[in-house]
Design a protein around this ligand. Structure first.
Ligand SMILES: C[S@@+](CC[C@H](N)C(=O)[O-])C[C@H]1O[C@@H](n2cnc3c(N)ncnc32)[C@H](O)[C@@H]1O
Length: 204
């Protein structure tokens, strides 16, 4: 009979958990890499630093998890509930999550391409096209790139509904999510109904 005894685990910033363990009679050491979900957007008021403490406060058993002010979804991605309703009034944000859930690999390759082209001029060209019609997949990829390249990851629109945050990525450039991070997030998002709505509606 195979016995598995895990001796150590290290969280990697790439969205992977590397587990070293001894398996089988001969105690062969294996390292298996398990993807875990984490937020892939910077979001004002995001709870990423508090997420693990908040998860510890969650009841051991519950039915459906509701997160009506989803934003970056820090607690959801840490908790990974089996059934959930996640919602936000920001339709562009919610559409981004719906598209990442359906097309994580394609969106990852687009955001990586945008990050390679990153410059102030590229950012402002992209910002101009963000409010134009286009494929939902393309809009989601642009939304992620803009989120990482815009000042402090702020999302703000003007009276005409146009995104108007200036360029301001972190010093090392826009830290766009990798394919593994988006694939792990997509798997986690399949557990939820993703709704664009005011909290009053989703919590009724
Ligand atoms: C502080 S952020 C949430 C941060 C999130 N908990 C996280 O960890 O990233 C607040 C969110 O609430 C959303 N929001 C604001 N007013 C809302 C409303 N009336 N109904 C639903 N969502 C709303 C905003 O679009 C924003 O994404």
């Amino acid at each position: 009979m195979l016995k598995r005894r895990f001796s150590s685990s290290t969280k990697k910033p790439t969205g992977e958990k590397r587990i070293r363990g001894n398996v089988g009679e001969g105690r062969k050491t294996v390292v298996c890499v398990e993807s875990f979900s984490r937020p892939f957007l910077r979001w004002a008021g995001g709870k990423q630093k508090l997420a693990s403490s908040l998860v510890e406060l969650a009841p051991a058993r519950y039915n459906r998890y509701f997160e009506p002010f989803f934003g970056g979804g820090a607690v959801y991605f840490a908790l990974r509930p089996k059934r959930a309703v996640i919602s936000d009034v920001n339709t562009e944000l919610i559409s981004c999550y719906q598209q990442v859930r359906a097309h994580p690999k394609l969106i990852a390759s687009l955001v990586q391409r945008y990050a390679r082209q990153d410059s102030p001029a590229f950012f402002y060209r992209m910002r101009e096209t963000l409010s134009q019609r286009g494929s939902r997949i393309g809009r989601a990829a642009k939304f992620i790139y803009m989120n990482k390249a815009a000042f402090n990851g702020i999302y703000r629109v003007n009276m005409q509904g146009k995104f108007n945050v200036p360029y301001g990525p972190s010093q090392s450039g826009p830290a766009v999510p990798t394919r593994k991070v988006l694939v792990a997030a997509a798997k986690c998002l399949w557990r939820a109904r993703i709704v664009s709505a005011d909290f009053v509606k989703t919590t009724k």
